[in-house]
Write a protein that binds this ligand. Structure first.
Ligand SMILES: N[C@@H](CCC(=O)N[C@@H](CS)C(=O)NCC(=O)O)C(=O)O
Length: 258
């Protein structure tokens, strides 16, 4: 990339695990990008400007990538390190299918369970909703979040019953991943670390609260006892240990944007 080409911009909200998936893929591929973090709700004016709605969004000189899957593919194509997707066609297909399954079955249910546990703890979540956002957004965050909280609750259908059902769905996913890992494979697909591992570890992060999460999460010791109990349960499973090991050995912590 020459000096006149602007660096790709990754638009995020700090808590989001889909944003973490995209950020981790870009970091892992050694892509030179700049992250723009926004307070939930206030992100909408930024995503709307580039024709998108949800985050993550990657804006490059050539085009806009409006979901985590297409950003992972961008990272793979522009990788300055090893590829994120296997070059072997059938392994590549397996990795893509696993990613789609986790996007559908793990991401939304892990999020709903976590919001069910923590959304009412406004002062606990506020720093993680605002970390790295522009100063003016942090100043108006208390009001923005007062409006955003009921929108999150209704948009993601967060209530005690659905949160309980989502927890069961997540346990099913963990059982499925456990079965895959039962042959002691080092990575979910193929011989090397890649997109499938990034997708599983980042979308499982709300259940595991990994210490070196690239976005912003409360620490394990700060969440309520009942939440901590479930996190301990997931951390102790084979998939939980696997995801934490991926964080430990493959996640260089991205610097929080100024
Ligand atoms: N399938 C999308 C899901 C992204 C998504 O659900 N993003 C949430 C944050 S975790 C979001 O932007 N919510 C706010 C909104 O939709 O405006 C992807 O993979 O990028």
């Amino acid at each position: 990339m020459d000096r006149t080409t602007p660096r790709p911009r990754l638009i995020t909200i700090p808590l989001s695990h889909y944003c973490e998936k995209a950020r981790w893929a870009l970091d892992c591929a050694g892509v030179d990008y700049v992250e723009e973090r926004h307070v939930p709700l206030l992100h909408r004016s930024r995503t709307k400007k580039v024709g998108a709605k949800s985050v993550p969004v990657l804006v490059t000189a050539a085009r806009t990538y409006a979901d985590s899957g297409s950003i992972v593919r961008y990272a793979d194509e522009h990788s300055r390190t090893s590829p994120l997707l296997p070059r072997n066609a059938s392994l590549r297909q397996e990795a893509v299918e696993l990613e789609l399954y986790l996007d559908r079955e793990l991401g939304p249910h892990a999020r709903r369970w976590a919001y069910g546990e923590l959304l009412d703890h406004a002062s606990l979540l506020q720093p993680h909703f605002t970390s790295g956002a522009p100063t003016w957004e942090r100043l108006v965050a208390p009001v923005a979040l007062m409006i955003a909280r009921p929108m999150i609750r209704s948009g993601y259908r967060v209530d005690p019953d659905s949160a309980r059902l989502s927890l069961e769905r997540v346990r099913d996913v963990f059982r499925w991943i456990d079965d895959k890992l039962s042959d002691d494979r080092p990575y979910l697909v193929g011989e090397g670390f890649g997109a499938a591992d990034i997708t599983f570890a980042s979308l499982a992060a709300p259940l595991l609260l990994p210490p070196n999460y690239g976005g912003s999460f409360p620490a394990l010791e700060d969440v309520p006892e009942s939440t901590r109990h479930v996190v301990h349960e997931f951390r102790a499973t084979r998939p939980g240990r696997f995801a934490l090991a991926m964080y430990q050995s493959h996640r260089r912590r991205a610097p929080t944007p100024a």
